[in-house]
Ligand binder design. Structure first.
Ligand SMILES: Cc1cc2nc3c(=O)[nH]c(=O)nc-3n(C[C@H](O)[C@H](O)[C@H](O)COP(=O)(O)OP(=O)(O)OC[C@H]3O[C@@H](n4cnc5c(N)ncnc54)[C@H](O)[C@@H]3O)c2cc1C
Length: 473
């Protein structure tokens, strides 16, 4: 068959989540194709507008203007709102403990004396180490992202959260398990450093994640996608990414069947276990490291409510929920309350079961999970009965990665230079959406450097490939 004339893209970006879209936007002047398997962009950032509220299913807390996501959000002209409500509430059946942080919990939580004593002992340890974590992260400011990732993963990586806490009475074990499950693992699996990172977010005054997007986080994705000048194809599932001397061949399946595209570079932003399968010829240690990244699931239930009066959750943003079918409760509408002259009717809530708790529910039907979550929610907040008017569930099998003890040893294999293929995605770092943005930007900058350096050769390749390579759509 005679070779069909075809073009060679500068870059193919695989995955249209935050990392992929950030990379594509940074490569604005290049010929880029984004391939996304799903029928929507955004990956684990998803919300549905229900003005004046929104339903949220994924990421919802972001840093201020100095943070990677914060600066991205600002550059897109999106409004963020500071979270004014409590982050440290704890919901026991028929008792909501909120207001003043760990000391209030200690004073008012329904815990027996031995659990209170253990709470003080473990609480002091946590406060000390989470402040140490905070100081450590401050000392890393202005260092290159890859160095920061390595340093953060090495922080208290030699022991688990359970080892740090020591033996606990049952009532306290429930609480710490719910907290660790928020970071996707049981205390026996989670590294002590990862637990400190999660706890520092709520315990330290200078909160790294303290802003919510007015109208829902999906607005970040809409704005990013709206600014892209490149081609974007959804419902395009990539099955292989193979580099050779002259470029990269990406095979995928879209609505028209199997396709192939050729490019000078590829940026792969898929979850690590998918990346290990897609990228051909990976060094053994890199493939092994990708497969060793641990993820936990989250089953998220987003709700719109129709109350016409103030509610007990108005002043809080999040609550840990020990011993129930879900471990976290969020009041998305909290960010609107401080701006209202009088409380607007209605609201938006979100609960989720994450880590081992979520995994235990994965086989249940959506209707079952909804009933279970609502029953437990009504147990904590009887005022909510009859007020839930819309419910939607989102099951994330791979919600967020967590650092197990020993995770730091994987980083050098993940940071390895793979030539024409670059990896990006939150799992490479320790700061969730911030890591997605940072690694997306870093991958784009590396590709940009390579394209600039080999520009003339690339142009020759492009010319040669245009004449001889068949298969580009
Ligand atoms: C419930 C929940 C709450 C969260 N809360 C927060 C928070 O408050 N703050 C925060 O900072 N972070 C939070 N996160 C994490 C945050 O959402 C992620 O860090 C971020 O969205 C990751 O972006 P990404 O681009 O790295 O990955 P993803 O968003 O997962 O993007 C990867 C993309 O690749 C696509 N893909 C997969 N396989 C293929 C294939 N074969 N071919 C083509 N495309 C493919 C996927 O469909 C997806 O769109 C939360 C996550 C969840 C689930």
């Amino acid at each position: 068959m005679p070779a069909r004339r075809t073009t060679v893209r500068d870059v193919v970006v695989i995955g249209g989540g935050l990392a992929g879209l950030t990379a594509a936007r940074s490569l604005g002047s290049r010929d880029v194709l984004v391939l996304e398997a799903d029928d929507r962009l955004g990956g684990r950032i998803r919300s549905d507008d229900r003005a004046p509220y929104w339903l949220n299913y994924g990421a919802h807390l972001f840093g201020g203007p100095a943070s990677p996501v914060g600066s991205l959000i600002d550059s897109c002209g999106i409004e963020t709102l500071p979270v004014e409500g409590s982050f440290t509430a704890m919901a026991f059946p028929r008792r909501l403990v909120t207001g003043g942080g760990p000391t209030t919990i200690l004073r008012t939580a329904p815990l027996p004396l031995r659990a209170r004593i253990a709470f003080v002992r473990s609480g002091l340890k946590i406060l000390w180490h989470s402040r140490e974590y905070q100081r450590f992260t401050t000392s890393l400011k202005n260092r290159p992202p890859s160095e920061v990732n390595r340093a953060l993963h090495a922080f208290m990586d030699d022991r688990t959260f359970a080892e740090l806490l020591g033996p606990l009475p049952r009532e306290l074990d429930h609480i710490y398990r719910a907290i660790a499950n928020r970071a996707q693992a049981d205390p026996e699996e989670l590294s002590a450093g990862a637990a400190m990172s999660a706890l520092a977010l709520v315990l330290t005054k200078d909160r790294a994640l303290g802003r919510n997007v007015a109208g829902g986080s999906g607005r970040i994705i809409e704005a990013l996608a709206g600014q892209l000048t490149c081609s974007v194809t959804t419902k395009a599932e990539v099955s292989s990414v193979a580099a050779d001397h002259g470029g990269v061949t990406v095979a995928y399946v879209d609505g028209d069947g199997p396709q192939q595209v050729r490019a000078h570079h590829a940026i792969v932003t898929t979850p690590p276990h998918v990346t290990a399968r897609l990228v051909q010829g990976l060094p053994k240690d890199t493939a092994g490291a990708l497969r060793s990244i641990q993820f936990g699931p989250s089953i998220v239930m987003a709700m719109l409510t129709r109350e016409r009066r103030p509610m007990p959750w108005d002043g809080l943003y999040s609550a840990v929920v020990p011993g129930k079918s879900f471990n976290m409760f969020f009041n998305q509408a909290n960010v609107l309350r401080s701006r209202e002259r009088s409380r607007r009717a209605g609201g938006s809530l979100m609960v989720y079961a994450s880590g081992p708790l979520g995994r235990g529910l994965m086989d249940r039907s959506n209707a079952d999970i909804r009933d279970l979550f609502l029953r437990d929610l009504y147990d904590i907040f009887p005022e909510l009965i009859g007020l839930v008017e819309e419910v939607d569930l989102q099951c994330w099998e791979y919600a967020t990665s967590y650092a197990h003890s020993g995770r730091a040893a994987l980083q050098s294999a993940l940071d390895r230079d793979l030539g024409r293929i670059s990896l990006a995605g939150d799992y490479l770092g320790a700061w969730f959406a911030d890591s997605a943005v940072l690694t997306g930007r870093e991958a784009a900058a590396k590709v940009e450097r390579q394209l600039a350096e080999h520009g003339s050769r690339s142009d020759r390749d492009r010319q040669r490939s245009t004449e001889s390579w068949a298969g580009d759509p």
